[in-house]
Design a protein. Structure first.
Length: 85
């Protein structure tokens, strides 16, 4: 097992290709770019995973599997909440 960092775009729905069984650990802005960290077994087959990024006050219509993290941008002017869907 190893922790990998994946740069991701800021979008309502983000599609990720992660090894089967990957555990999403954290999502945070690093050097003004959004990154996701996951504990993975790189030998496992790749599967598609989806996350939902929602700003405070935004409606979430998707079925939430779990909450991942909250992050801020622009010196804490904007707050976003990340869920696996």
């Amino acid at each position: 097992m190893v922790v990998y960092k994946y740069p991701i775009k800021i979008s309502d729905i983000v599609e990720l290709e992660l090894p089967a069984g990957a555990e999403i650990l954290h999502v945070e802005a690093q050097n003004d770019k959004l990154c996701l960290w996951a504990l993975v077994d790189p030998e496992k087959p790749i599967l598609n995973r989806r996350i939902r990024i929602a700003g405070t006050g935004h409606t979430i219509k998707e079925n939430i599997i779990r909450y991942i993290n909250t992050f801020t941008l622009y010196e804490k002017a904007l707050w976003f909440h990340v869920f696996e869907i």
